[in-house]
Design a protein around this ligand. Structure first.
Ligand SMILES: [Mg+2]
Length: 398
């Protein structure tokens, strides 16, 4: 599309910030309007160099284009040059740019992004944390044979004000295993429930470690504890397995963080494979595609709880989305992955630390300001590898 004297994208930059488990990939879309630029995030663990390269490839389509024609640009990024955008690297790259474009349009109109989409629809958003606040050791490496430690970390989350938290109480298992691991998961969840009582919401992320058969056993064993949701009880590729588990237990089944586009969610929803949609705004093509996925989820009355263990711009995007989406129920947030998290990005939303609830941002766009000098203090490093092997040496799922 051609317009005279239009605003133009002049550059798309990536700034990589090494944050231990992840390299945060921040995306800056710069315009020819002095001082007007937008921020996005395209963090994808263990694929940092690929995503940075994909953003460079996509930028060839966008330089010189009007940043306010977001849907037109999204269509170009998704469809042009033959290969569609659904692979995880490209959909993440598209997301980073798309989020930054919405930030630009919010700034241009002087309103927070949620107002561009008809919001706000609620007064506050509840946060849930990872056990240990999201640092690698506590969340990912607390062994499931230590139920007492799970209970201690659960109490710690509650003492920090959280009313909901997520744990990884389901260990890697071979496609079929005996009772030992089921009993271990049961003991961990039992200990956490005992420690925090019935008023706190507990989530368990299986990380798609189990097979459908094992996922069914874990789901049934944990059903009595009234989990808020049980996440990825088997591989996302096994929609039938997810659907069978979702039908067999009253616990809401959550999935979606590895699904990158609308048609993937259509297949998931149509088979009633989940009750909680965990689209990841930084992986599913950004806020533009997330809004389409949300509309589809709404038709099935499926809740939205976006996946968000990444950096602070991803969190800001999730919250703006949440303040515009009726089906949004809770925001995933990590706060203790690196101690300098808040030195890198300053947010405009407010967290009540006694309740861990967020009141909305009133600054334009995503309401984030980014300290580029601080980012440069944490240059790219290879992410810590997280490799899993079963007892017999065969490859397992992290
Ligand atoms: Mg997960």
């Amino acid at each position: 599309m051609n317009f005279e004297n239009r605003m133009k994208i002049t550059a798309i930059e990536t700034l990589v910030c090494h944050a231990r488990m992840r390299n945060w990939v921040f995306v800056k879309v710069v315009t020819n309007e002095p001082g007007l630029f937008g921020w996005g995030e395209a963090t994808l663990e263990w694929h940092t160099r690929s995503v940075v390269g994909a953003i460079e490839d996509l930028s060839q389509l966008l330089i010189g284009e009007d940043p306010t024609s977001i849907e037109h640009l999204w269509q170009m990024m998704w469809r042009q040059h033959f290969w569609h955008g659904g692979n995880i690297v490209r959909s993440t790259a598209i997301a980073g740019i798309d989020i930054a474009l919405w930030d630009i349009v919010g700034k241009l109109h002087g309103v927070p992004c949620h107002k561009l989409w008809g919001g706000p629809v609620r007064d506050f958003i509840r946060l849930y944390c990872h056990l240990g606040g999201g640092d690698m050791e506590h969340f990912y490496r607390t062994p499931v044979d230590n139920a007492k430690r799970f209970a201690e970390l659960a109490q710690q989350a509650v003492s920090e004000g959280f009313t909901a938290f997520k744990s990884m109480a389901v260990p890697p298992t071979m496609p079929i295993e005996g009772l030992k691991q089921i009993k271990a998961a049961d003991a961990c969840v039992s200990a956490m429930r005992e420690a925090v009582g019935d008023d706190v919401d507990i989530m368990v992320d299986c990380h798609a470690r189990p097979s459908p058969a094992m996922g069914m056993q874990f789901a049934k064993a944990l059903e009595p504890y009234g989990l808020y949701f049980l996440e990825e009880p088997c591989w996302p590729e096994s929609i039938e397995g997810l659907a069978a588990i979702n039908a067999a237990v009253s616990t809401p089944i959550a999935t979606g963080e590895r699904i990158t586009h609308l048609a993937g969610f259509r297949d998931l929803f149509a088979q009633r494979a989940c009750d909680v949609c965990q689209l990841d705004i930084t992986h599913c093509g950004g806020l533009s595609e997330a809004r389409r996925i949300a509309a589809l989820a709404d038709a099935y009355r499926i809740a939205l709880a976006p996946h968000n263990p990444q950096g602070p711009i991803s969190t800001a995007a999730s919250l703006e989305f949440g303040f515009s989406q009726p089906g949004y129920v809770i925001c995933e947030a990590v706060h203790a992955d690196v101690p300098w998290r808040r030195d890198v990005v300053q947010e405009s939303f407010t967290i009540d630390r006694t309740t861990r609830t967020v009141t909305r941002n009133t600054a334009p766009g995503l309401g984030v300001s980014v300290n580029e000098d601080e980012i440069r203090r944490h240059p790219f490093q290879q992410e810590v590898l997280q490799r899993v092997f079963y007892a017999d040496g065969a490859v397992g799922d992290w």
